[in-house]
Design a protein around this ligand. Structure first.
Ligand code: GDD
Length: 439
């Protein structure tokens, strides 16, 4: 158990935020979309995924700096940071690049000097690949009320889905985390880790340091059950030297279960929406959830409802949509997209420069950059049940993607029907296809 001093609050308590963006070797399940854009920059509801995280952080009054931590190339986030810095002048945004994947806690530790610069009292850590309403204000309040060393955001999922996530056993009255297990083999709780944390800086870094010390005295596993490498084999580390050399540290396996041994680790359970953005198809429910949230909060970015606009719908100002086309609900139309007369689009994302010709129908799908859907064509997926955390379905005994995805510059011929397919970039579909990956 970690012994930490009770905090004395200065009058200028401040918070720093870290967004864990990962790197190109992760997010492979986001293909074919991640072939053309790094997953954190993929647009849902009109904005890059990490823009939604920044927007939430911007509501926390005392954040002056946000650090994107990952192992993408230096240049990847340059334009995004330039634009976001104008939109969120209240904080400085920078990218810190890990020389290799250091794990969800390894990166924090590696950049501890940058994070601790300015002596922030609290550290917000957000996984970039989640979509939620980020109730950071509520987490802050719980943190202060309990004089916590850590607060984790939790949500309830079905018993079947729970073991795919970090599972939390808590005291429902005190909200104290009693036990934490990352992706347990059998059911322990359906309250799961949403990938959003608030830490006392004076606690989290000593906790990581203790984990590093522990690994020098205890042989351990180098590979973890991340949902990206569930099938990869585990590498046992036999000697201390190897263990010390490896800087890979995971918050979930190496730190959180130990924090649960202290009595100052709490969970804020959100009743609002939450989803992971792992597979490319999961961008469609994320798009719907963010659009619905924007609609509830009367965001001026959304298109006004009308006979042909079933809200919520986002249309980029540079897109051209024929007034007889019917759009919505849950539709995002990207820059310079052209939608022809009589087209029907529902529960879908249409990316930059794509064209949907007249009388075509697009449902539960993602239409890639500069792709074309011909006249009277149908591109469709299968609706995913509300509350499902999976984007695959079983059709005729075969597991297929529920969302149809056309990669960059694909073409669907006039009157062609595409159902539950994933189509890699630059393919021309001239005949009907169903339940296929088109390579
Ligand atoms: N900087 C950095 N470096 N980021 C990383 C690294 C790394 O080496 N590895 C992963 N990340 C980022 C990913 O980009 C993602 O945003 C987040 O950390 C978590 O990714 P995974 O390690 O793949 O974990 P997971 O998604 O399978 O599970 C985590 O998230 C779930 C909620 O979505 C765990 O925290 C679970 O407990 C949790 O339920």
């Amino acid at each position: 158990m970690l012994q930490v001093p009770v905090r004395e609050h200065s009058s200028q308590a401040s918070t720093k935020a870290v967004i864990l963006v990962g790197g190109p070797s992760r997010g492979t399940r986001f293909r074919p979309l991640s072939l053309d854009v790094p997953k954190p920059l993929f647009e849902v509801a009109g904005h890059p995924i990490i823009h939604h995280c920044l927007k939430a952080v911007a509501k926390v009054p005392d954040v002056r700096e946000v650090l994107l931590v990952g192992y993408y190339d230096e240049t990847v986030f340059r334009d995004f940071i330039k634009d976001a810095s104008k939109e969120f002048p209240q904080f400085r945004i920078s990218y810190l690049r890990e020389y290799t994947a250091l794990g969800t806690a390894g990166g924090l530790y590696h950049f501890r000097d940058a994070i601790l610069k300015g002596k922030p009292e609290r550290l917000l850590v957000l996984n970039a690949d989640v979509c939620c309403s980020f109730p950071l204000g509520e987490m802050m309040r719980l943190f202060e009320e309990k004089d916590a060393e850590a607060v984790i955001l939790g949500t309830r999922v079905s018993n079947d889905a729970a073991t795919n996530f970090g599972c939390i056993v808590s005291d429902s009255h005190t909200k104290r985390v009693l036990h934490y297990v990352e992706k347990p083999e059998s059911h322990i709780s359906n309250l799961i880790n949403c990938g959003v944390y608030l830490f006392a800086t004076e606690c989290i870094f000593p906790a990581i340091r203790s984990a590093i010390k522990r690994r020098t005295t205890r042989p351990r596993l180098l590979s973890y059950p991340s949902s990206d490498n569930l099938e990869s084999s585990f590498v046992a580390v036999g000697d201390d030297e190897d263990a010390e050399k490896s800087e890979v540290l995971r918050l979930e396996q190496d730190i959180l279960s130990d924090l649960a041994d202290s009595n100052r680790f709490f969970v804020h359970e959100t009743k609002d929406f939450w989803r992971q953005i792992k597979t490319a198809g999961s961008a469609v429910p994320a798009n719907a959830l963010y659009l619905q949230k924007a609609f509830q909060t009367e965001s001026p970015e959304l298109t006004a409802p009308s006979a042909t606009i079933v809200p919520p719908v986002y249309i980029h100002p540079t897109a051209t949509v024929d007034p007889t086309a019917k759009l919505g609900p849950n539709v995002s139309i990207g820059p310079r997209v052209v939608v022809g007369a009589g087209a029907r689009i529902k529960d879908s994302i249409v990316l930059e420069d794509a064209e949907i010709r007249h009388d075509a129908c697009v449902m539960h799908s993602i239409i890639g950059w500069s792709s074309r859907v011909g006249a009277w064509a149908r591109v469709e997926g299968t609706p995913i049940p509300i509350g499902s955390h999976s984007t695959s379905i079983v059709k005729h005994g075969i597991k297929v993607q529920s969302i149809t995805i056309l990669g960059k510059e694909c073409g669907v011929g006039d009157e062609v029907r595409v159902q539950n397919c994933v189509c890699l970039p630059y393919k021309e579909l001239k005949r009907d296809v169903a339940n296929e990956v088109i390579m």
